[in-house]
Design a protein around this ligand. Structure first.
Ligand SMILES: [Fe+2]
Ligand SMILES: [Fe+2]
Length: 273
């Protein structure tokens, strides 16, 4: 094994030991919402984690999730919001506590904003093509960045806060620092945390448009939409242009840049409390 390979193996070992999301969130991510026992499994998962339940009820009643009436129990939250939205709230809560448990850092702040922006854009794309679950795929797609930050600390944050011409240039910096990109780091984290395949696939590859029909293409588009609207994954000398959604998608006002920007900004503001 040469020096680069052994450095890469050390990073991979560190990534595999990162503390995962809590057991209740991990359980929620693995339950199929099409399973008829899913509502009961969701309730059981929340009952095992009072702090997560409290967070769910706070967020379910917040403006970010259109809280129009009081949601006071897990069962009501599930009936009122639906399983997919409840799962997205749990994943948002888990990512928020992970990004906050580290020292507050502007780089992590931008990763958080980009993740929420991609999640909201992915959800809108999913609504336009009748696909569920895209919010959580968008939310977690750049989790490899959090992994590399937890391993590389300030050096990584400072290097990735410089301005790049494009994402490939930033990925090269990651390869020089760690022998891997945040996508490869994401694949390792997803594997060691036992994430479902759909999440692992998006965490492992979301900067190249897949050939043929693949839900990953919607996450690639959502990530570009987030960048184009200014919720940048890394500082770019020029934000990329607006990616035109697939013409086969239903026309959707939520997918227009101004509407999406408003939606994302509102969601980030509401979640910042
Ligand atoms: Fe990325
Ligand atoms: Fe991204």
């Amino acid at each position: 094994m040469n020096t680069t390979e052994s450095a890469c193996a050390v990073i991979a070992g560190k990534l595999s030991r990162l503390p995962p999301f809590g057991p209740a969130v991990m359980k929620l991510l693995s339950i199929s919402v099409d399973d008829e026992s899913a509502p009961k499994l969701f309730e059981d998962a929340f009952m095992s984690d009072p702090a997560l339940t409290a967070e769910l009820l706070v967020l379910a009643n917040s403006a970010a999730y259109g809280g129009r009436s009081r949601v006071e129990t897990i069962g009501v939250a599930i009936r009122y919001l639906g399983l997919e939205k409840v799962r997205s709230i749990a994943a948002t809560s888990a990512l928020r506590s992970h990004t906050r448990s580290s020292q507050p850092d502007p780089y992590l702040g931008s990763v958080w904003a980009h993740s929420i922006a991609t999640a909201v854009a992915a959800e809108a794309l999913g609504n336009a093509c009748g696909r569920r679950g895209l919010y959580t795929l968008g939310l977690t797609h750049d989790l490899g960045r959090l992994g590399l930050f937890l391993v590389g600390g300030q050096t990584y944050a400072e290097e990735l806060s410089k301005e790049f011409q494009n994402i490939e240039q930033a990925n090269r910096v990651e390869r020089n620092l760690f022998g891997m990109t945040h996508c490869q780091a994401g694949a390792l984290v997803a594997s060691s945390w036992g994430f479902p395949k759909s999440l692992a696939a998006c965490m492992g590859e979301h900067h190249v448009m897949p050939a043929g029909p693949d839900p990953r293409s919607l996450i690639v588009t959502a990530c570009r939409m987030a960048d184009s609207l200014g919720f940048l994954e890394v500082p770019l000398s020029e934000p990329p242009g607006w990616p035109e959604p697939d013409p086969s998608l239903e026309p959707c006002t939520r997918l227009e840049p101004e509407a999406l920007w408003d939606d994302i900004t509102r969601r980030i503001t509401d979640l910042s409390g």
